[in-house]
Design a protein around this ligand. Structure first.
Ligand SMILES: *Cc1c(COP(=O)(O)O)cnc(C)c1O
Length: 415
């Protein structure tokens, strides 16, 4: 245990008991999530502990967020250093934000960055920039956006309109106008919608929330081609796939495709909230002074942490690590699916974003409960997938220990 963790552990006496915490949560937290009855308290690397001292192997990294695991010394150090200058506002430049923009554009091979605080905000910015781009070119009717069934782009009203899941929109009034949804992977259906009203196509290189669905071969290149031919823009939503998750910095790199606009968040801050919308010089021109903004966006704290995440990925060779460990994960999950055919149908994904697909008789929520009991933290995706998004820094030994626990849990489920 590190010094920091032991200090936190030493404060345990002042923390209410697990059952007290759970009843406070039941009384005072909005009930829009469905947490299991335990309370996480501390974490180190890819391991976490709850208030009862139970240990878990973290194979979800807070949904692909804690890319460097927990309590990484580089993050701890930069957080402490930057505590003296957390916020400056966008009325003034700050050193860390300028350097963060440079570092991020370099990695993503884009020109300019807008910073915000979450994925959904990055998507909002993307929707606004593509619409404004065409508006500035005199194409005031070109504001429609094509998105895909089962896509996830966020929960604010604009991003929600892009999200390809009607259930998420239910009861929230009329959705934002101008969005079309077609089946993911269907170039034909997309092509039929293209025309002078289509401002952009927004796509995830691997649909994360939708069930860890990788784009079929040629799909992203096909979308790139369609947008070019019809004067529309391509938005790559890399909020889940970006920052090394699939073994390359951006997920679209696997397909040799470049986008006009890229959204990032999740792993970018290693746990500290930050989002970014990147664009080419041409598209970036649309955001002139006064057209968009964010009070917290680009603050030196989040910027310095994001820079540290980028530098650490490079220094520790985490792209190659995610790629190699991802191949190992694919082999292991496929073997598990073969071993327990009554529980799982197969596995899919890329790098350290992978899913174990369940048979219809098994609901992810029930399986996750068993996995938790076995001591592994995982999340569900779509209606039938257990999603694996471990920290990029996880060692092979710890991943294998986690997978052994998964296997044990599957043994208890198999009839
Ligand atoms: C998580 C996610 C979002 C939304 O990000 P938030 O930070 O939760 O707002 C958008 N798009 C994709 C692809 C995501 O995975």
């Amino acid at each position: 245990m590190s010094n920091l963790s032991s200090e936190i552990a030493a404060g345990d006496a002042s923390v209410p008991s697990e059952s007290e915490l759970l009843s406070i949560a039941a009384a005072h937290l909005m009930q829009n999530y469905r947490q299991p009855p335990m309370v996480l308290q501390r974490a180190q690397g890819a391991e976490m502990w709850d208030t009862q001292g139970r240990r878990y192997i973290d194979l979800c990294a807070g949904v692909a967020v804690s890319a460097l695991g927990h309590n990484h010394p580089a993050i701890a150090q930069v957080l402490a250093r930057q505590a003296s200058f957390i916020h400056g506002s966008n009325y003034f430049f700050n050193v860390e934000n300028i350097l963060c923009a440079r570092d991020l554009c370099q990695r993503a091979r884009m020109d300019r960055a807008f910073f915000c605080n979450s994925g959904t905000e990055a998507v909002e910015a993307a929707i606004k920039i593509v619409r404004r781009h065409h508006f500035n070119h005199g194409q005031t009717d070109r504001f429609e956006i094509i998105a895909f069934d089962k896509s996830f782009h966020g929960r604010t009203l604009g991003a929600l309109a892009a999200t390809g899941n009607a259930e998420y929109r239910q009861g929230f009034g009329p959705p934002l106008e101008g969005f079309h949804h077609v089946p993911y992977g269907d170039l034909e259906a997309t092509s039929r919608l293209m025309g002078p009203r289509i401002a952009a196509i927004i796509v995830e290189p691997i649909q994360g929330e939708g069930g860890v669905l990788p784009a079929p071969p040629g799909f992203l290149a096909g979308l790139r081609d369609l947008t070019k031919r019809h004067g529309a823009l391509l938005i790559a939503d890399e909020i889940q796939t970006g920052v090394g998750r699939t073994g390359t910095f951006l997920g679209i790199e696997h397909d040799g495709v470049t986008a006009d606009v890229v959204t990032l968040a999740k792993g970018l801050g290693g746990g500290v909230p930050i989002g970014a919308m990147l664009a080419t010089n041409d598209v970036a021109k649309a955001l002139t002074p006064g057209t968009h903004g964010s009070t917290f966006g680009g603050n030196p704290l989040a910027s310095s942490v994001a820079r540290t995440v980028l530098a650490t990925i490079e220094r520790e060779g985490l792209l190659a690590h995610a790629s190699a460990l991802g191949a190992h994960l694919t082999t292991q999950l496929s073997a598990m699916a073969l071993e327990f055919p009554s529980v799982c149908k197969g596995a899919r994904g890329r790098g350290l974003l992978q899913g174990l697909i369940l048979q219809p008789a098994f609901k992810p929520r029930d399986v996750l409960g068993r996995l938790l009991e076995a001591g592994v933290l995982l999340t569900a995706a779509g209606s039938d997938v257990v999603r694996f998004t471990p920290p990029l820094v996880i060692t092979r030994a710890l991943l294998d220990e986690g997978l052994a626990k998964v296997r044990r849990a599957l043994t208890t489920l198999a009839p």
